[in-house]
Ligand binder design. Structure first.
Ligand code: NCD
Ligand code: ZN
Length: 350
């Protein structure tokens, strides 16, 4: 008999963009409905570079929760620091001691949305900081793409493995590293086989779609994110990794809201909005692979285990049934188009 209801431990989102102000107020309810915790990315303008800024941002997230009627304690934002060439080892110690940030995010300068302040010389200028992170056990979360303008956009992740990941992990073998939003077979093989404390997050869009989706009958900006969708062989490798029994692959939506106008633009922003229907999307992917029984480990167990945090205790359910993804959602004064708007999924959350 086909499974009709899947009950799992409440999941967490280990990679999320919440933005600020009205945008934050518009999106926080979606994530808080499906997830107990989320690792909140620090790529605001200006970026969240210190524990003080992270604490102030966490307070704004809590205010937005109150405004959205979300019970305090039902959702916990886990804050991160944005690594720059000027991040100090003291800030790392402060983050660890105060629990004000659970990780540090590397955006190679110029790699993606709001990454201009990112590190330019990881193994040089940032080496003291990395050494401190390794010592105190604060993970480094990486946007794993080279920024070399001569590198083909579809090859940037694979090149990052050779040019940055391997030298970085050789220099700091005990540093905990998460290869965020992994998109390639090369990345899967690297993370699966590497020695030491390395893991990866996987988004719903990279598990469900290949790069054809960006060009189906015309340019489809709502399928454009970074790292960009890849060939089918890569999508298949990601799905295999997520549904395997490796503890190294876990859920991180990379839900990245941009207004409709900024996406449908002559120079459209990168980012897919999936916070509304993240678990429905992941359930669809796992169901397609015939591996629904692995969804709980991916969504709810491996992430906290990697971060050394307790697993959630509450449970949630997904039900088989049609879920029509809305064409657009309100987003402050503007609107936002969710990933796969107008399509029907076979799973409903809650
Ligand atoms: C993210 C954003 O908009 O902040 N965009 C994206 O396409 N994923 C940045 C990022 O994670 O690269
Ligand atoms: Zn991201």
């Amino acid at each position: 008999m086909t499974l009709q209801t899947l009950t799992i431990i409440k999941p967490d989102d280990w990679h999320l963009h919440l933005r600020d102000g009205e945008a934050l107020e518009a999106v926080i309810g979606h994530t808080a409905r499906q997830f107990a915790r989320a690792v909140v990315m620090p790529n605001l303008k200006p970026p969240v570079t210190t524990v003080a800024l992270a604490q102030a941002y966490a307070a704004r997230i809590k205010q937005a929760m109150v405004k959205a009627g979300i019970a305090a304690g039902s959702f916990t934002p886990l804050m991160t620091l944005y690594l720059t060439d000027n991040t100090s080892p003291d800030e790392i110690v402060r983050a660890k001691e105060s629990s004000g940030a659970i990780a540090v995010k590397l955006y190679p300068a110029g790699a993606t949305t709001n990454s201009d302040a990112g590190a330019t010389d990881l193994l040089g200028r940032c080496s003291k900081v990395l050494e401190t992170m390794q010592r105190v056990g604060l993970p480094l979360l990486v946007h794993g793409e080279v920024t070399d303008p001569a590198a083909d956009v579809f090859d940037r992740e694979a090149l990052f493995i050779d040019r940055v990941m391997i030298p970085l992990r050789k220099a700091f073998p005990a540093l905990r590293v998460v290869f965020e939003h992994l998109t390639t077979k090369d990345g899967v093989e690297y993370v699966r086989d590497a020695e030491g404390p390395v893991a990866a997050t996987l988004t719903p869009q990279h598990m469900l779609y290949n790069r054809n989706s960006i060009f189906q009958g015309g340019v489809r900006p709502h399928f454009y994110c970074l790292p960009i969708l890849k060939r089918e062989v890569h999508r298949q490798a990601l799905l295999d990794a997520a549904t395997s029994d490796s503890p190294r692959f876990f859920l991180g939506t990379d839900s990245a809201p941009h207004s409709r106008g900024l996406k449908e633009n002559s120079c459209g922003c990168a980012g897919c909005y999936t916070a509304l229907h993240a678990m429905e999307l992941y359930a669809t992917a796992f169901d397609q692979a015939g591996k629904l029984d692995r969804l709980e480990a991916f969504a709810s167990l491996r992430g906290p285990d990697f971060y050394g945090l307790p697993r959630n205790t509450e449970t949630v359910s997904l039900h088989r049934g049609s879920f029509v993804i809305p064409n657009e959602l309100s987003f402050g004064q503007e609107t936002i188009v969710p990933l796969a708007a107008g399509e029907t999924l076979g799973w409903k959350f809650g």
